[in-house]
Design a protein around this ligand. Sequence first.
Ligand SMILES: Nc1ncnc2c1ncn2[C@@H]1O[C@H](COP(=O)(O)OP(=O)(O)OP(=O)(O)O)[C@@H](O)[C@H]1O
Ligand SMILES: [Mg+2]
Length: 255
Amino acid sequence: MTTLLEIDRVSLAFGGVKAMNEVSLTAEEGRITAVIGPNGAGKTTLFNTISGFYKVQKGEIRFAGKRLDTQPAHARSGLGIARTFQNIALFSGLTVLENIKLGAHAQLRSNLFRSALYLGPARTEEHALTARIDRDIIEFLDLAEIRDKQVSGLPYGLQKRIELARALVMRPRLLLLDEPVAGMTPPEKEDMARYIRKTVEAFGTSVLLIDHDMSMVMGLSDHIVAVNFGSVIARGAPDEVRNDPDVVEAYLGAA
Ligand SMILES: Nc1ncnc2c1ncn2[C@@H]1O[C@H](COP(=O)(O)OP(=O)(O)OP(=O)(O)O)[C@@H](O)[C@H]1O
Ligand SMILES: [Mg+2]
């Protein structure tokens, strides 16, 4: 196994709240690693340190063997890191295709204004991008029927799938999914789990996944890291972590 991402004794406090306390974990190439833990455990904060939204106060993050935490946030997607958010972050007035395209624009140095007007050098880029999205993403995630529909009004489960589509546009090496099945119906959850697995199989993507749905997490992940109050309390294969007394205690304590 090859390590793609290394979180090495990372700490981050907000005032007196230690959101991350010497957290260490790794994500292996082509594997699905889950981060579980009660509300407020520091899971989203971890994602924010990887994507560069928060600066680490102590420790290091390395990606593909190189220092990541010193890189500016905007450079990190170019290195091959993409994410989805805990709350839906789509532009509801735009179409499915337009939302997916936005996943590429930070890097193509175009912007929505230019592309909407088909100005200058953006135009060829735009056509190539649309063709690639149609070929690689729309079909792959079964979005053809709603490609040109406005996002508002689409079922919640589909909106989450569009977020996945947007994150996949740049063919990331590492995909960060913050609660991809939260709030979904059971069939929607099954679909999402299937698309995540399909992504890993088709592209060799490494996934770091946060979720509270234990049956989804246990069924999908190769490796699980449990956190509570900013610290890692257990790690291992799904079966080991599920039965770990500290993990059981953390969840019972939170109930
Ligand atoms: N920007 C911020 N400013 C102040 N406190 C913050 C900030 N971001 C996170 N925190 C605090 O850090 C702690 C960890 O929050 P975080 O969002 O990482 O939890 P989480 O594990 O993702 O929880 P959930 O499962 O509810 O999403 C919490 O106490 C939270 O209130
Ligand atoms: Mg969170």
